[in-house]
Each structure stands twice: as structure tokens, then as C-alpha cells.
Ligand binder design. Structure first.
Ligand SMILES: NC(=O)c1ccc[n+]([C@@H]2O[C@H](COP(=O)([O-])OP(=O)(O)OC[C@H]3O[C@@H](n4cnc5c(N)ncnc54)[C@H](O)[C@@H]3O)[C@@H](O)[C@H]2O)c1
Length: 304
């Protein structure tokens, strides 16, 4: 257009001629031969705790389906590493990182704004940032209790509230997944602060499913259990504390979890990612307020 204007006056094709070209049989035949777009092509996803084990696997699953992904995490070092790895594997165009503490109201607003500025909006939120802690109730300090509540309950509230505002303004619906825990349904020894905060996450998701329905925003929960591979939670004290709680050594714990499950199988971050993919894809477009356990089977966590 600029070129035409430089020498003369730009004039578009007459409408009929443009129509004849667009709907020319050969043009249509060409379009029909194009590969179908990937399931999440054109969608923008933000994953909190995106530099951790489950968050990274979920981001990778979405990237494989054509989404643009913003990794939000509190750890600069992990963000830099995982951001670089995923950019290398997929393309720097489709991966962004943002440092965001989910307990900080201003940082959460800034993180979602950054995602919107980078990619034009938000279609998918995965609320996954988390920690784990273990202590008998008599030894659970107020500080430990508050830490669980602030990251797992308040953090999930702040992030989803901001995403609701953004998705509401967009007016085209959206999908959210809360990565909670089997422990949000099944009581577990010596982890009351963690279990209670995870139960709060699950109920928050249900409340938001109710509020989101009229806006086309779906909210569902994935409950992992004992995902040792790739998880930084399992590199800290949690491993020793859980091993102590079950009277095992560290090496025996993975085996203990596998044997405890109904299916006698190890749960991997990729298994959680698969559920988190299903729940944001169009394949689950008629599901909201649901809980999908990915725990190799655990009777205590059966929903009812
Ligand atoms: N791994 C398991 O066995 C398991 C089981 C049940 C539930 N979960 C849940 O899955 C989620 C992911 O866990 P994971 O196993 O991948 O652990 P992970 O430690 O590998 O990942 C968690 C990520 O969250 C980030 N994070 C922590 N506090 C944050 C904050 N305030 N703001 C932003 N980011 C923060 C961490 O830096 C980390 O990158 C957590 O919510 C966890 O409770 C994990």
C-alpha cells in the first residue's frame, strides 16, 4: 500500500474480484490440504511455578500443542534455566518468563499484565506454584501455617482473581487448572497445614467454576500425588520428613508410594501435564468444577 501510494494512489481489488480469488476452487483445495492447526494454536497460557517440575512439564505439553506460554515463578535462577531450555526446544517467540511471587498482590497484577502485553491476552491459567511442609500439629508453628496458607490458598486466590479480571475484560471465556493435591482430599499424617491449604485450593476452584460459567471461564482441578521426578519439593526437607512420617528411608519412599497406589505405578510430571492439557483443551469444553486425580489410584482420594 505504501509502495503504491509512493507512485500513485492505492486502490484495493473490487470486492467481487477478491471473493472470486478467495473462493477459487483451486485456492480452496490448497487450504483443505493444509495441516490442521494444533489444538492450542493461538492460545496464551500462564503457568505459575512454571520453572518447577510439574509446571515445566505442563508448559512443554502446551508448547507442543502450539500455545504461547508465560512461565511465572519466584526463582530467577530456575526461570532463566527453564526459559532457555524451552525457548531452545520450541522457539524464543513462544516462551516468556516473568518473576512473580504469587503471594504479592502487586507482583501478580504485574505478571499478568506482562503476559497480556507480550502476547495480547490470556486464555489459559495454570495455578501450580507451591511448596510442601511437614510437621506434627504440636510442632506446626504459626509461621509454617501462614506460609502454606499464603502460597497455596492466598496465592491461588490472587492469581485467579487477576486472571478472572483479564479474561472478563476479553469476553471470550478461558480455562483454568488448579494443581492441588491428593492431600487436599485425603488426610495425611503430620502435614495438616499443607493438607488444609490444598483443600482450600480445591474449594476455591469450585467456587470459581460457579462464578466463571456465565463468562465461559472453566475451572478444574488436577490432584497429583507423589511426583518425585523433576520436583524441587522432593529435593528439600520434605523427602526426609515424609520418609520419617512413614518410617522409611529416602530410597524406600518411592517404592512405598508406588506400592501404596492401586495401580502400583509411579506418577510422573508428564502424567500431570497430560491432565492439565486435557482440562484446558476443547476436548473438555463441557467440563467445569471437576477434579481429576492423577495419583495411580488412591481409595482415600476417590471423589464423591
Ligand atoms: N510433586 C508432588 O509430589 C506433588 C504432589 C501433590 C501436589 N503437588 C503440587 O504440584 C505443584 C507443583 O509442584 P512440583 O512438584 O512441580 O514442585 P516444584 O518445587 O518443582 O515446583 C514448584 C514451583 O513453585 C515455585 N514457587 C514456590 N513459591 C512460589 C511463590 N510464592 N510464587 C511463585 N512461585 C513459587 C517454585 O520456585 C517452584 O519452581 C505444587 O502446588 C505442589 O503442591 C506436587
Amino acid at each position: 500500500m505504501r509502495g503504491a501510494e509512493a507512485v500513485s494512489t492505492y486502490r484495493g481489488l473490487p470486492e467481487q474480484e477478491a471473493f472470486d480469488i478467495e473462493y477459487w476452487l483451486l485456492e480452496e483445495a490448497k487450504l483443505q490440504r493444509m495441516p490442521r492447526p494444533k489444538a492450542l494454536a493461538g492460545r496464551v497460557a500462564l503457568v505459575t511455578g512454571g520453572a518447577g517440575g510439574i509446571g515445566r512439564a505442563t508448559a512443554e505439553r502446551y508448547l507442543r500443542e502450539g500455545a504461547c506460554v508465560v512461565l511465572a515463578d519466584i526463582s530467577d535462577e530456575a526461570l532463566e534455566r527453564v526459559g532457555a531450555e524451552l525457548s531452545g526446544a520450541f522457539s524464543a517467540d513462544v516462551v516468556r518468563t516473568v518473576r512473580m511471587d504469587v503471594t504479592d498482590e502487586g507482583a501478580v497484577a504485574g505478571g499478568l499484565r506482562a503476559a497480556a502485553l507480550e502476547y495480547g491476552g490470556l486464555d489459559i491459567l495454570v495455578s501450580n506454584a507451591g511448596i510442601a511442609s511437614s510437621a506434627p500439629i504440636e510442632e506446626t508453628s504459626l509461621e509454617l501455617w501462614d506460609r502454606n496458607m499464603s502460597i497455596l490458598a492466598t496465592g491461588y486466590f490472587l492469581v485467579s482473581r487477576e486472571a478472572f479480571r483479564l479474561m472478563g475484560a476479553q469476553g471470550i471465556g478461558g480455562a483454568m487448572v488448579f494443581v492441588a493435591s491428593k492431600n487436599g482430599l485425603a488426610a495425611s499424617p503430620n502435614a495438616s497445614a499443607y493438607c488444609t491449604a490444598k483443600a482450600a485450593e480445591i474449594h476455591l476452584a469450585r467456587c470459581l467454576a460457579l462464578e466463571g460459567a456465565a463468562k465461559g471461564i472453566r475451572v478444574n482441578v488436577v490432584n497429583p500425588d507423589a511426583v518425585l521426578k523433576g520436583s524441587r519439593i522432593w529435593q528439600g526437607d520434605w523427602l526426609k520428613e515424609r520418609a520419617d512420617a512413614y518410617g522409611k528411608d529416602a530410597a524406600g519412599l518411592a517404592e512405598h508410594y508406588r506400592e501404596r497406589s492401586l495401580l502400583k505405578r509411579e506418577v510422573l510430571p508428564e502424567d500431570i501435564a497430560e491432565a492439565a492439557y486435557f482440562l484446558v483443551s476443547d476436548a473438555s469444553s463441557k467440563s467445569t468444577g471437576n477434579i481429576l486425580n492423577v495419583d495411580a489410584g488412591n481409595k482415600e482420594a476417590f471423589t464423591r
